[in-house]
Design a protein. Structure first.
Length: 325
């Protein structure tokens, strides 16, 4: 089944507007709960991209890594008046009686009806990244069948995929790196051209995917945003050997091309440059590379030497880099 993209509207208990039920206990940076009464509940799958929002703002983006379900009893609030089936129940903070249904009935407490249901839990903490670059209006414009009341809505996949790859906006000082020792006149243009190529040679990428179809840094398994990265710069077909390659999530590939992280050739531990402070990347600092094949040590040594010299860094223990004094 093809991958899709969804928006998840996470509404806190204190922000409920209509009280047909008591809401769901979510952690919007980690997981999202919903049940079989929510439209599109059958369509959401592991590996889909999710854009998490509240009522007013886009909060973050991720990829679903696990999807589970379990039966439960759902408490549904009903109007206590006989034969009344309103579209909405409203809990009023100051007026009495506290409750009012959309058919005009007012009452102090709703009738509670217990109904069997299935609760779903979509987990996405592993790849979650906060977003501040797009608005709800942007998201709505890429939601083909937008419905203001829907909690789960399908989003244009290509747009969401591009957003996921570019959500971290590198500033110009990080992008204009021009001291990589390649046999070219304009080294900055070479780096940017490598970033734009992205997919690289298809055979090279396919070979890396056949070894382990996930990002060697983050573990992301969404194939469409995994790219073949060269450890040492591509010059000819000999550089397309699997030992000179890493399968990386698109944003990780960009950081690697810009020498914003490197891999210790002896321990395979990942180190990020000092200016990378975003929690999405910091959480991988000090972790080990995920590979199931032999990597060319000489290639790693070359990149490692360049990285440590560029930032004047030295190892102080197994998990930290620090500036030379």
């Amino acid at each position: 089944m093809s991958q899709k993209a969804w928006s998840f509207k996470a509404v806190g208990q204190d922000d409920l507007r209509y009280f047909g039920n008591n809401g769901y206990q979510d952690d919007s940076t980690s997981f999202y709960r919903y049940d079989n009464f929510v439209p599109n509940h059958k369509q959401v799958k592991k590996g889909d991209i999710v854009i998490v929002t509240d009522r007013k703002n886009v909060q973050g983006i991720s990829v679903i890594t696990n999807l589970s379900s379990a039966p439960y009893i759902k408490a549904r609030n009903r109007c206590p008046y006989e034969n009344c089936t309103p579209a909405k129940l409203i809990l009023r903070k100051s007026k009495k009686p506290k409750w009012r249904c959309s058919n005009g009935h007012e009452f102090e407490q709703p009738k509670v009806e217990d109904v069997p249901a299935f609760e779903f839990k979509a987990e996405y903490k592993q790849n979650y990244m906060p977003i501040n670059s797009i608005s709800i209006i942007d998201l709505i414009s890429h939601t083909p069948r937008y419905n203001v009341q829907s909690s789960i809505q399908e989003v244009d996949f290509e747009w969401a995929k591009s957003l996921f790859c570019n959500v971290i906006q590198l500033d110009s000082t990080e992008a204009d790196i021009d001291d990589i020792p390649l046999d070219v006149d304009d080294q900055r243009k070479v780096i940017l051209r490598q970033i734009k190529q992205r997919r690289g040679q298809k055979t090279f990428r396919d070979t890396l995917i056949s070894q382990a179809a996930k990002c060697a840094i983050s573990g992301c398994e969404i194939i469409d945003i995994l790219e073949a990265a060269h450890i040492t710069a591509y010059k000819n077909d000999t550089h397309n050997h699997i030992s000179n390659g890493l399968l990386l999530r698109c944003d990780m590939h960009t950081l690697y091309d810009l020498d914003l992280f490197a891999i210790d050739p002896d321990s395979f531990v990942i180190y990020f440059a000092p200016q990378i402070q975003d929690k999405e990347y910091v959480k991988y600092h000090g972790k080990k590379l995920h590979v199931a094949y032999k990597i060319n040590r000489g290639a790693l040594v070359e990149r490692w030497k360049r990285f440590t010299e560029k930032y004047a860094l030295t190892i102080v223990n197994s998990l930290n880099l620090t500036m030379h004094v």
